[in-house]
Every structure is written in structure tokens, then in C-alpha cells.
Design a protein around this ligand. Structure first.
Ligand SMILES: *Cc1c(COP(=O)(O)O)cnc(C)c1O
Length: 647
């Protein structure tokens, strides 16, 4: 049957050139690249219509398949060599823990970059406008560093295919490109060896090297040598893709206020010094259609009854709910809808895991990629603490809680998998301990993805957003949870800060180290995690449970985690934040005992979540970065960048 919404468009295929060697030859006074032994892969577009919400627009999402053209078949004689071509488009983010995987990943990045830009330029040329004006009509956004080769590929097209001079080509490239930075974690900022890029596409490496050479030359007149060497694209045989994206574009943005501040003041401060006008913030957003209208229809209906349906096209209208904070009927209805969503999720949990959970318990949820900085471990230490408390005092008066996790880890991320193992074994221990009854349950749902998120988030009471301050660029699940009426336990990190500013301190549970404190510890190395193990008897006992057999079947994994926290000095300050985290969780429990107070706080969160609609975020990108005006859907024309010329 296939995917009936997807249309293959063979006639729009483009050829992507890989490998071989390249040298420059003077033809009629102009340097031309000459390729030796390259190979060509054909990129075939598959288009899916993306239908706008009641706006008479349908956009195209274009995915690319890789095929071997007939003329190239002799170069792919073995099954193995043909499989490599298939692999180009079969896995998103190929495993880059080995050389083979890195090569595949870089080839994939170039394949998509080249196919996309070639098809954009071909489309532009149909309108007969000169290439010297392309930046007036076309915007290309570099979303994270993965497509940063766009800068060099666009240059290649302008120089080699369109015969434009270097200076004009670079001017058009900078004006066309813009870049969003998504993380300050250095291991996630792509760096590729020159030798690898040369192997994938030697002409692209030539162009990157020339951009870098001219950058350093131009700066030599106005900047200090340290600043130049720290911002160069190529350094010690390594290409810094973020540097390429910043130098080759007119806009660099972060994805939350705190994140953009960190880029300007810390991570990219030298670039900010050189190009202050290029830096700006665009706080991330979420689609209200998916996360409220579709995922939480019960809540959506209650909102319609209270403030009408205008919020569905203009999510800021959700703020009208704030005039109903004393509507006891509304507040009770919100509680009822949440309860029904929890009944649905409890059924799903029973079906998929066999674990029985009560919808009357607090559903305490952490769903996101598994990563040390997101601190699923902090959550797990809390659970073990609660378990040990109940073992000491089985009659302890606690509000029952169900801890729900969903997470996936990169295939080579060993530590993350150890954490997943420990969460599951803590679950096995607690869920099968008859003395705990229904007071605590731990559920790890497999195959976390958007579909599962749509089931889980509308059923959450507590949203765990507990990353080490400075590490989470924005976060977006924090926004989804507040929209669906969960209360957030949060560090002052990423967009959590903006959420707090909207809902007010009384409607969110804030804890933990602040940005300045984390930066201070990282600068002076004064943090000693082993002191916390030695001096905090509660932490001591909780951590021992990972290595003394209390949690069964986690020999190696338990030791790995214990060592990282106690002996390897706990890079993400889990032990440092533990006590304050427990305090915040105590507040959660106290508040939950008062249902009308709890649900009123949920209502405040829902009322303020509209500000995080991605519609507004995208509007800002369009206005402030791409300079693209909306088109009238009924006149049959699109507007180009700047809204100047209908393409
Ligand atoms: C929203 C979402 C994310 C991002 O979650 P964060 O907690 O902000 O990291 C990741 N995966 C899926 C499936 C999501 O829906």
C-alpha cells in the first residue's frame, strides 16, 4: 500500500557529486574545478503536502531518496557498495561512534544539503531573475550544525555552476543563510577532520578552506590574533561547523533567552564581539494543534466552553482563561478531564507493561532523550529515597505516586543505557514489593516518540524539567506539559525561566543551582561531590543502594553510576541539587493534597501556554531573520524573501 500522501517526483531529481579528487584549472582566465574519479548519486524528491490549519495553504515537505544513475552502475558492482548508497537516506543521525558511521553521517549531510540547495536554485532560475539578486528572494535556514555545509555548497553552486566571482558569491551566501544554535554542549557541536570532508567532497573542503583563509586575512587588520585563532573555521586539521555557519550567515540565534545570553556572553562571545548585529533570540515553541487540540481533546472542549474557540487560531487567546480562576466548576472540570486522561494512560500501561497503576496517584513524568545533563538520575535518586523511607516506615503518610519515564539514547551512549537499566530495575524492585502496595510505582515505557508523547503528556500531573542550569538550551516538552495542565518541577534552565516569568513563582516548583552558580563551580572547580556522599546521610544511603545489592541485577550499571556521581565528581551536580529537589517535591505533595488549589495552578499554566505557540516563534523568524512576508493564499502566488518579488 505504501504511503499514499507521498508523491515521488522523478522529474525533479538532481545529481549529487561525491569523492574523487579535484584541482583548479584556468579556463579563459577563470579558475575552474576539474574533478577526477568522482561518483554521482541521484537525489529523488518525495513530496508530502503539509496542510495549514484553516488558512488555505498547503506547503511541501520534501524528503530525498538516493539512487544510482544508470551511467554510474559500473562503479557499484557489489551488493555492499549498493547498500552504502541505500544507507545514505535510511537512518537519521547514523551512529557516529566509529569511523565508518562518521563517514556515512557526513555523506548524508552533504547529500541532503546539495540536493536541497540545487533544487532551490533551479526553482529560482525559472523566474529569470539574476543570480546577483538571489538573496532578495531566497532564505536558507541552517537548523543546528548538521546542514552547515550549506554555506560551502551554496558557494560552490554560485562559483562553479553560475560562474559568479568570489566576493559577490560570498555576499549573496551570507545574505541568504541564517543559523540556529541548539546547544552549548561542546560534544554536540560538530567538528569534522579536514581529511574526512576531503574524502566526501574535495571541492567542498577547498571552498571551506578558502572561506577560512579569507576570514583570517580580513580580520588580521582589525582583531587580535587570539580572537582570530579561536574563531577560525579550520583549526589543527579540524573543521568547526558552528564557526562555518556563523561566519557564512547573517543571523545566529539561540532558542531561549538564557541560551542566547550564554551564547553572547560565553560560548560564542568572540563571535558576538565581532558581529553583535548577527545575534538574536528566538525562544522555541510548540504546536498547539498537536499538543492540545489533537492530543488532549477533553481539555480542548472545556476551553471551548469557557472562552470560545478563537484560541484554536490564535493561541494567545488562551490567556482569557485567566479571568476564570475563581470558576470552581471550571477548575473541577479540568481535574476531571485530567483524571480521565490518566485512566486512559493507566490502561495503556497495563496493556504494554502489565503494571497496574492507580489514576488517583500523582503521575510524575519525565519523558525526553536520555542524557546525563537532563538528570533522569536525580529523579531516580528521589524514587529510591521514597522507597527507602517506606521500607523504614510502611505506614508513612504519602500521596501515592506513579513515576513514568520515556526516553531513548544514542546507540553508542553507554552511560545512558546504564541509567535506563537502573530505572527498570528500580521499577522491578518497587513494583513487586508487596509492602509498598500502590504507594509507589515506576513505569518505563518503551519506544519513546511523538505518538507515545501524545498519550503520556495529557495524563501528567507533574512535569520533570530538571536539567543542570545552563545545559538545556530551551526544552519544549516543558511547554507541552504546561499546555496540558501539568505543574512543572524545574531548574532555572532554558525556557523554564520564561515559563516561570509567565505563570509566576507560585505556579511552578523551582529548585536547584542557578546559572551563575554552575558557571562559578565550573570555573573554580570547588565542587566536591564526594563531600555530599560523605556528609549527607540520606544521599549516602540512597547511593549505596546502587552498589550494595538493595537494587538487584544492576552490578555493573550500579557501579558505573555510583562511580560517576561519587568518584568522578558528578559532572552535572546531581548530588548538589538533591536536597533542594526533595524540598520542591515536598511542596508538590503538599499542593496535590489540595485538589482545587492544584487544579487552579494548572489553569494558570494552561492560560499562559499560548505564548509558547510555535506560530509566534515562526512569525518572528519570518519577520526578523528571513524577511519573508505571508502570501495571500488565494492569489496563487508566493512571496519571496523580503516580500519583494512574487516567485
Ligand atoms: C517534545 C519532544 C522532545 C523534546 O523534549 P525535551 O524534554 O524538551 O527535551 C523529545 N522527544 C519527543 C518525542 C517530543 O515530543
Amino acid at each position: 500500500q505504501g504511503n499514499v500522501w507521498e508523491v515521488a517526483r522523478e522529474s525533479k531529481a538532481v545529481d549529487v557529486k561525491f569523492g574523487g579528487q579535484v584541482y583548479l584549472e584556468e579556463v579563459d582566465g577563470v579558475l575552474q574545478p576539474v574533478y577526477k574519479d568522482p561518483y554521482i548519486i541521484r537525489a529523488v524528491p518525495y513530496d508530502t503536502g503539509i496542510v495549514g490549519y484553516k488558512n488555505n495553504h498547503v506547503n511541501t515537505m520534501r524528503l530525498w531518496d538516493a539512487q544510482i544513475p544508470a551511467s554510474e552502475e559500473v562503479k557499484f558492482p557489489t551488493i555492499e557498495s549498493r547498500r552504502k548508497v541505500e544507507d545514505l537516506t535510511s537512518v537519521l543521525y547514523p551512529d557516529d561512534s566509529n569511523e565508518e558511521g562518521r563517514l556515512l553521517r557526513l555523506r548524508q549531510e552533504y547529500f541532503f544539503v546539495s540536493a536541497g540547495l540545487q533544487s532551490i536554485v533551479r526553482h529560482y532560475k525559472k523566474y529569470g531573475k539574476p543570480m546577483s539578486e538571489i538573496s532578495n528572494h531566497i532564505s536558507v535556514h541552517i537548523n543546528d550544525t548538521h546542514p552547515a555545509m550549506c554555506v560551502a555548497e551554496f558557494m560552490r553552486i554560485l562559483l562553479d555552476d553560475e560562474k559568479m566571482g568570489w566576493d559577490e558569491a560570498f555576499d549573496q551566501t551570507v545574505k541568504t543563510m541564517s543559523y540556529t544554535n541548539h546547544t552549548i554542549m561542546s560534544e554536540a557541536l560538530e567538528k569534522w577532520p579536514v581529511s574526512l570532508i576531503e574524502r566526501v567532497q574535495p571541492r567542498i573542503m577547498q571552498i571551506i578552506a578558502e572561506i577560512d583563509r579569507r576570514y583570517a586575512l580580513e580580520l588580521a587588520e582589525r582583531a587580535e590574533t587570539d580572537l582570530i585563532s579561536g574563531t577560525r573555521i579550520v583549526n589543527n586539521g579540524i573543521v568547526h561547523m558552528a564557526h562555518l555557519a556563523i561566519i557564512g550567515s547573517h543571523s545566529t540565534n539561540g532558542v531561549a533567552k538564557l541560551h542566547t545570553d550564554l551564547l553572547e556572553q560565553d560560548v560564542l562571545k568572540d563571535f558576538y564581539h565581532l558581529y553583535p548585529e548577527r545575534f538574536n533570540n528566538k525562544t522555541n515553541g510548540i504546536t498547539i494543534r498537536r499538543w492540545l487540540q489533537i492530543a488532549d481533546p477533553r481539555l480542548a472542549k472545556i476551553i471551548d466552553k469557557t472562552i470560545g474557540t478563537k484560541w484554536r487560531s490564535n493561541p494567545k487567546e488562551l490567556h482569557n482563561l485567566a479571568t476564570h480562576l475563581n470558576d470552581r466548576r471550571l477548575i473541577a472540570d479540568i481535574g476531571k478531564a485530567k483524571h480521565q486522561n490518566k485512566v486512559d494512560l493507566a490502561k495503556y500501561i497495563k496493556q504494554t507493561t502489565g503494571i497496574v497503576v492507580s489514576p488517583d496517584a500523582i503521575f510524575d513524568v519525565q519523558v525526553k532523550r536520555l542524557h546525563a545533563y537532563k538528570r533522569q538520575l536525580l529523579n531516580l535518586l528521589k524514587i529510591v529515597k521514597y522507597y527507602l523511607d517506606l521500607k523504614d516506615d510502611p505506614k508513612k503518610d504519602v500521596v501515592p505516586r506513579v513515576f513514568i519515564f520515556g526516553a531513548k539514547a544514542a546507540p553508542s551512549y553507554h552511560y545512558a543505557k546504564s541509567i535506563i537499566k537502573c530505572i527498570n530495575e528500580v521499577g522491578n524492585l518497587i513494583n513487586n514489593d508487596k509492602t509498598i502496595k500502590d504507594k509507589l510505582k515506576v513505569v518505563f515505557l518503551e519506544d519513546y516518540g511523538v505518538s507515545l508523547a501524545e498519550r503520556i503528556i495529557p495524563a501528567a500531573d507533574v512535569s520533570e524539567q530538571i536539567s543542570t542550569a545552563t545545559k538545556e538550551a530551551s526544552g519544549t516538552s516543558n511547554m507541552k506539559f504546561m499546555l496540558d495542565g501539568a505543574l512543572t518541577v524545574a531548574t532555572l534552565d532554558g525556557a523554564n525561566i520564561e515559563i516561570k516569568d509567565y505563570v509566576g513563582e507560585d505556579n511552578i516548583f523551582i529548585f536547584g543551582l542557578k546559572k551563575e552558580e554552575v558557571l562559578q563551580y565550573e570555573a573554580d572547580h570547588s565542587y566536591q561531590s564526594s563531600d555530599y556522599y560523605a556528609n549527607d546521610p540520606i544521599l549516602h544511603r540512597v547511593l549505596d543502594a546502587f552498589v550494595d545489592g538493595t537494587i538487584p541485577s544492576i552490578g555493573a550499571e550500579g557501579a558505573e553510576i555510583f562511580n560517576s556521581l561519587v568518584h568522578a565528581n558528578d559532572e552535572y551536580f546531581v548530588l548538589r541539587d538533591f536536597e533542594d529537589y526533595l524540598r520542591a517535591q515536598g511542596e508538590v505533595e503538599k499542593t496535590y493534597r489540595n485538589p482545587s488549589l492544584w487544579n487552579k495552578k494548572c489553569l494558570v499554566n494552561i492560560a499562559n501556554a499560548g505564548y509558547f505557540s510555535s506560530d509566534y516563534t515562526i512569525q518572528k523568524y519570518a519577520d526578523e531573520i528571513w524577511h519573508v512576508a505571508p502570501s495571500d493564499p488565494l492569489d496563487g502566488k508566493d512571496c519571496g524573501a523580503n516580500g519583494q518579488y512574487p516567485l
